[in-house]
Design a protein around this ligand. Sequence first.
Ligand SMILES: *[C@@H]1O[C@H](CO)[C@@H](O)[C@H](O)[C@H]1NC(C)=O
Ligand SMILES: *[C@@H]1O[C@H](CO)[C@@H](O)[C@H](O)[C@H]1NC(C)=O
Ligand SMILES: *[C@@H]1O[C@H](CO)[C@@H](O)[C@H](O)[C@H]1NC(C)=O
Length: 187
Amino acid sequence: MLSCWLAGVCFFSSVTLWHIPVSTALSYTVVPRNVSQDVGKAATFLCGVSPETAATRVDFTIYRRHGNYSVLCPGEPLSLPSQGLNGYCEVKGEELRAVWSVAYNSRKDNGTYVACRPTGLSPAFAYLTVKENSSYFAALIGCVIGGFVGILAVFGLVYLGMRRSERFRKCLKGQTSQDDLSTITEQ
Ligand SMILES: *[C@@H]1O[C@H](CO)[C@@H](O)[C@H](O)[C@H]1NC(C)=O
Ligand SMILES: *[C@@H]1O[C@H](CO)[C@@H](O)[C@H](O)[C@H]1NC(C)=O
Ligand SMILES: *[C@@H]1O[C@H](CO)[C@@H](O)[C@H](O)[C@H]1NC(C)=O
């Protein structure tokens, strides 16, 4: 009776264990995210799904002004050095990941987007927004403010100098002769 019961439990658990990976539906582990990046910087898009089985396929496509490129995972990487573009696949345990990396953003890359299409899941999209280099703007603003403050400082010093010489002149007025005063004002 006990052995029968044990056999039942064994049979049930083996069936359950066998069924867990099969019945676990494919789902996103990493949904590609929008990237906002400065001109000249790198941008990376990721798309991950789990669990990775023999049937798992991920089509990760990048849509650029120069053209559209796809990596199919699992599969061969795609490298376009002239465009600083790299697409590849990674397997991390149960997870299958597709990656697109753009080495140097240019203004033309603004609006580039990726589409991740795993078989059996709805596609996911993410966009690249290229920003004007913020350090360039910081430098520009710094120069404008610095220049303005500099001009104010020069005017302030000139004004102070004038007041001081005036006070100096008034101070001297009582004690010095007209000759001395005229030489001072000439200077
Ligand atoms: C990503 O960007 C697109 C287009 O700019 C926008 O429609 C979408 O809502 C953004 N998604 C997220 C998660 O911010
Ligand atoms: C890239 O794909 C988009 C959307 O399907 C299409 O409109 C565009 O013409 C394609 N570009 C090239 C260069 O094939
Ligand atoms: C990129 O596009 C966004 C809106 O689509 C715009 O606000 C931004 O100024 C653009 N960046 C460049 C560098 O043109």
